[in-house]
Design a protein around this ligand. Structure first.
Ligand code: GLA
Length: 382
């Protein structure tokens, strides 16, 4: 939580740089309620920024030098702001360097910074710790350079860092949620129009995230492969993106697609429709309606998009059987990672303990359960 992260950052900053001129920034992770793999198809998603953050304490550096200390890893990243492009490195440094490089490409004159990071966004759980690093670094750098922050531009720079430095051809959802998230709201993002509408979450709603602790090494290349399959479907159907096809048209033209490509397209097309229906249900406070759509989304990700696994299916099954749960689905890139559970506040502890107790017998693994509150997007904190 931020109130424990901030003192860690302040202490470490004092040790590394002395205590002068420190400013504090924090960017949240996110969980996606519904809209799996629709973002890179120009579609719709409905994520929520959560109270797990990357906190960055920083000040302006000297002579265009950037010096960043990662408290959790006990590692430095040091580089000259004039030579970032030649420096892709691997690991977390691809995110810090990548976003600064992308912002420079957009014409921003960035000063170097001295900074210290600490975070509590669980890694590898599908909660976007990487987007939080990107947004914290970019936001701090722009602010300390005396520049206006355009939150959409910052999110796009973060996405370009992922594409060019990290090699994941991700969509825009994670960076958008971490940049533009709003406490007590989900964010309905139109990934083509690049607009985000905050949709209030009813006060009795809670989000529980259960990490399956399955982390597949191949997840990144399988993610890119799914994206290629979606692009192949759009090309075959003669449209810019699967966003441009509705369910009826797809059904009528399904014969034009190979069976695998057809299933991928069917997931994306039906999922886009589900996201819009879920946002509508949320607006009218119909949490049961949102939950039903989440269950249908999980089935579609499992059967048509084929990115679930036995362990994620088990977590969804356990959660769905608990009284007070509206719905559950896998979330994030897939092939492991987490499920998100939408639950009435009174059943939060009940579903958390059911997941912890019943998952090991069917999987041989422990589930790591996070009870999440909503959060605002990246900001300067005091
Ligand atoms: C990852 C990507 C996102 C999105 C999701 C799947 O989190 O970074 O852009 O595609 O997977 O919905």
């Amino acid at each position: 939580m931020l109130d424990t992260l901030v003192p860690r950052v302040v202490t470490a900053f004092g040790e590394r740089f002395g205590s002068s001129e420190l400013r504090l920034f924090a960017a949240p992770g996110r969980v996606n309620l519904i809209g799996g793999h629709t973002d890179y198809n120009d579609g719709f998603v409905l994520p929520v920024a959560i109270d797990r953050h990357i906190a960055l304490g920083a000040r302006t550096g000297v002579d265009g030098e950037t010096n960043l200390w990662a408290v959790d890893l006990q590692e430095w990243d040091r580089f000259d702001m004039g030579a970032i492009a030649s420096l892709p490195e691997g690991g977390w440094r691809n995110y810090t360097r990548g976003v600064l490089w992308a912002l420079q490409q957009d014409g921003h004159s960035l000063l170097g910074i001295d900074g210290v990071f600490a975070g509590d966004v669980p890694q590898g759980a599908g909660l976007s710790s990487s987007a939080a690093i990107l947004m914290a670094t970019g936001f701090a750098s722009l602010t300390l350079s005396g520049l206006e922050v355009d939150r959409v531009g910052l999110a796009l720079a973060g996405q370009r860092a992922e594409h060019e430095y990290v090699g994941t051809r991700c969509g825009i959802m994670d960076q958008f949620a971490s940049s533009l998230g709003r406490a007590n709201h989900a964010l309905l993002i139109d990934c083509r129009g690049l607009s985000a509408e905050p949709v209030p979450l009813p006060p009795e709603a809670r989000l529980v995230v259960a990490d399956s602790n399955v982390h597949r090494g191949l997840a990144e290349s399988l993610y890119n492969e799914r994206r290629e399959q979606c692009e192949a479907a759009a090309a075959r159907l003669g449209v810019a993106a699967l966003r441009d096809i509705d369910e009826e048209t797809l059904e009528a033209r399904a014969w034009e697609l190979e069976p695998v490509i057809r299933r991928r397209a069917r997931h994306v097309v039906t999922e886009n429709a589900r996201v819009l229906r879920a946002a509508e249900a949320l607006r009218s406070g119909d949490l049961a309606g949102v939950g039903e759509l989440m269950k249908a989304a999980h089935a579609s990700l499992r059967d048509d998009f084929e990115i679930s696994c036995r362990e994620l299916d088990l977590l969804v099954e356990i959660a769905s059987g608990v009284e007070g749960v509206y719905g559950a689905r896998m979330t994030g890139g897939g092939f492991g990672g987490s499920v998100v559970v939408l639950v009435h506040e009174s059943a939060t502890e009940r579903v958390a303990s059911e997941l912890r107790e019943r998952y090991p017998a069917g999987s041989g693994l422990e589930a790591t359960v996070h009870i999440c509150q909503t959060a605002d997007g990246v900001e300067e904190v005091s």
